[in-house]
Design a protein around this ligand. Structure first.
Ligand SMILES: C[S@@+](CC[C@H](N)C(=O)[O-])C[C@H]1O[C@@H](n2cnc3c(N)ncnc32)[C@H](O)[C@@H]1O
Length: 210
């Protein structure tokens, strides 16, 4: 693997290396505005239990706490380095029992059925092993009428071209993401695109049953 590809493989699964930790910091900075724009699209519910899947460096969990200060938060990531990074960034929330961070794969979430009223997945579905099956697993953990939100900066093959050369990833367009959500059983699926050249998309769906 070339050195550049080696560095960028840390987007897929950050490693406990200088490059891995640098990538976590850079994703926290670089994804923050787009992911917060996606959070702005959520319905005005007072979410009380929130899971962030593929939490990376943990910035979104910190921002979720700011937005929903009384919510109980959980973050999972299959990279132990991401788990360590999220925990370090949010150590006060962890110490106060507001946030639990665990190493886990989206394919087998370590939570009982109907646990959360919001699940977020930011800049991570590109790496999921089976999009529809994994979304079904997310739905299992959602309460009835719970909301699933996907946030992505890349939703066209041409925009993704430089990255797909460097990173082993699947880029889905907005219709593919919406159809996958519907196939996983979500209803009321909505797609919102951030205006401007550098698109960002937010796709949301609701869990219709327990
Ligand atoms: C590009 S980073 C995005 C991190 C963060 N959500 C953000 O927006 O900055 C993708 C993250 O998803 C995690 N990830 C990828 N596949 C995963 C899987 N199957 N299960 C859990 N986490 C996964 C990676 O380890 C990485 O931390």
């Amino acid at each position: 693997m070339s050195l550049v590809k080696d560095v960028f493989s840390n987007t897929r699964k950050p490693t406990d290396t200088k490059a891995g930790w640098k990538m976590l910091r850079s994703m926290n900075r670089g994804h923050r505005s787009g992911n917060n724009w996606s959070l702005d699209q959520l319905p005005p519910h007072k979410f009380q239990s929130i899971l962030d899947v593929g939490c990376g460096g943990g910035q979104i969990l910190s921002d979720l706490h700011y937005r929903y200060p009384s919510a109980q938060l959980a973050g999972i990531d299959y990279s132990p380095t991401s788990v360590a990074g999220t925990t370090a960034l949010n150590h006060e929330l962890v110490d106060d029992g507001i946030l639990m961070v665990e190493e886990a794969d989206v394919a087998a979430l370590p939570f009982p059925d109907s646990t959360f009223d919001l699940v977020t997945a930011c800049e991570t579905i590109y790496f999921w092993p089976d999009l529809v099956d994994n979304m079904r697993e997310v739905r299992r953990t959602l309460k009835r009428n719970g909301v699933f939100m996907v946030s992505c900066e890349l939703d066209t093959k041409w925009m993704a071209f430089p990255w797909t050369k460097l990173i082993d990833m699947n880029v889905y367009n907005r219709d593919e993401i919406a159809h996958a959500m519907e196939a996983a059983g979500f209803t009321g699926v909505q797609v919102v695109r951030r205006p401007g050249l550098k698109g960002w998309i937010c796709v949301m769906g609701t869990n219709p049953r327990r």
